[in-house]
Write a protein that binds this ligand. Structure first.
Ligand code: ACO
Length: 333
């Protein structure tokens, strides 16, 4: 290639497990109701992976669909990055399991841990490889089996999360060409001072798995919901504005926002702060709940397959998650 490389999304895919867990069913497990969950979060149901499905199985199914939509073969893929907080095991990486499953023998593979911002972090890391010219075609996947981290006795958190996977194929293209799906900008941020607000305290080196720790449910998600909510809205708005500015665009240019799907109230708050009509904010949190790193690639794939993305549209992706971490990316479709 004569001109410098840029990165373009050339295919999208997603996979959601078959089993549906409704609010009604949850209200038989904990003291909650469809009415409470719907009004506070917008969630109606979520998907739960089968016992014999690991995160890499969800990731593989999404990856194969993205590869089919991009028209690429396994041997074309030379980088696989999986964003997840529910890896198959501490090591090897979930990305290596995906590599084995799809037969992408030319790929370099690793995982990224940035909670719900993971997919956009992974997109930026992969984009840096492609723009530097050291890799040409990457699979970027967000995949989670959060049902394994949920405390099914805690109504504050168990109603919020679900399982699923989404993927994109990105390719290095000549910057002189007008390739569709071009990633125009990505910004990322983190604030480690707030690690305690959203975390799984047990199961790592700080607090290894013991029978006692499992009895205290330290191996499950702990969240300060109200604080997380406030930071999520502020950081996602700031990140969106910065990513737009970096791309040389304004709010008026946005065709569709695809925000992290954690809570419908967070999504409408972001749309309001960006002065966007609510129809311009993509929402599927009602069907899937919060699938952490998977929400954005799943939503992007749905928007793509529903024909909501037209050539030339400006699409803003924005996420927030544990860490805290946040990120935003602007794509010209
Ligand atoms: N059913 C019924 N009542 C409930 C439930 C439930 N499922 N959960 C909580 N309540 C009760 C609480 O006990 C509380 O009762 P109290 O007043 O008697 O103490 C009451 O409802 C209100 O609880 P709040 O915490 O004030 O509810 P809030 O309106 O803040 O909604 C929620 C809670 C949905 C968790 C919200 O704060 C939220 O969405 N936070 C952000 C989550 C998020 O964005 N996460 C993003 C990242 S996730 C990641 O990185 C993995």
């Amino acid at each position: 290639m004569s001109s410098p490389c840029v990165s373009s999304i050339i295919g999208t895919g997603s996979y959601m497990p078959e089993k549906i867990l409704t609010n009604e069913e949850l209200s038989k497990i904990v003291d909650t109701s469809d009415e409470w969950i719907t009004t506070r979060t917008g969630i109606k149901e979520r998907r739960i992976a089968a016992d014999n499905q690991a995160t890499s199985d969800l990731a593989t199914a999404a990856a194969l669909r993205a590869m089919e939509s991009a028209g690429v073969k396994p041997e074309d893929i030379d980088l696989i990055v999986v964003a997840t907080v529910t890896p198959d095991m501490p090591f090897p990486s979930t990305a290596c399991f995906v590599q084995k499953n799809i037969g992408a023998s030319n790929a370099v593979c690793f995982d990224i841990s940035a909670a719900c911002s993971g997919f956009l972090y992974a997109l930026q890391v992969a984009r840096n490889f492609l723009n530097a010219g050291t890799r040409s075609t990457a699979l970027v996947i967000g995949a989670e089996k959060l049902s394994t981290l949920v405390n099914w006795t805690d109504r504050n958190t168990c109603v919020l999360f679900g399982d699923g996977a989404g993927a994109v194929v990105i390719r290095a293209v000549d910057s002189a060409t007008e390739a569709p799906g071009r990633v125009l900008s990505t910004i990322m941020g983190s604030d480690g001072n707030l690690v305690n607000l959203l975390r799984v305290p047990g199961g790592g080196s700080a607090c290894p798995i013991t029978a006692e720790n499992i009895d205290s449910r330290l191996n499950t998600i702990h969240m300060e919901g109200k604080e997380t909510f406030k930071h999520a809205v502020t950081r996602m708005c700031q990140a969106s504005e910065k990513a737009l500015e970096m791309a040389g665009l304004t709010k008026e240019d946005i065709s569709l926002v695809i925000p992290h799907q954690a809570n419908a109230r967070i999504i409408t708050a972001i749309a309001d702060r960006l002065d966007l009509p609510h129809e311009k904010a993509f929402m599927n949190v009602d069907k899937y709940g919060n699938t952490s790193a998977a929400t954005i690639p799943v939503a992007l794939d749905e928007a793509n397959r529903q024909g909501r993305l037209k050539r030339g549209d400006i699409v803003l992706l924005v996420a927030f998650g544990g860490g805290f971490t946040w990120a935003s990316s602007v794509i010209r479709w």
